[in-house]
Design a protein around this ligand. Structure first.
Ligand SMILES: Cc1ncc(COP(=O)(O)O)c(C=O)c1O
Length: 65
């Protein structure tokens, strides 16, 4: 994150398998600019198929919607 932040590269976290997990006290998926989770049938939360992205960037989430 320090390296990417230093050159303004936004990090997209592939957190497909990591729902509810933490790293160094941080929720996985909230460390980068965007966190992506999968709800495909083999993942922790099975929706058959499905995904979600999370971010604290209002403009980005509006574009995604
Ligand atoms: C690490 C990882 N990222 C992304 C994906 C893609 O998720 P989805 O099948 O919901 O598109 C998977 C699916 O297995 C995965 O294991």
């Amino acid at each position: 994150m320090a390296l990417c932040d230093s050159v303004d590269i936004p990090v997209i976290e592939d957190a497909a398998h990591s729902l509810g997990t933490t790293w160094n006290g941080r929720n996985i998926g909230t460390i980068g600019k965007v966190g992506c989770f999968s709800f495909q049938s083999y993942k922790l939360l099975n929706a058959g198929e499905g995904r979600i992205l999370i971010t604290d960037d209002d403009d980005l989430i509006a574009q995604a919607a």
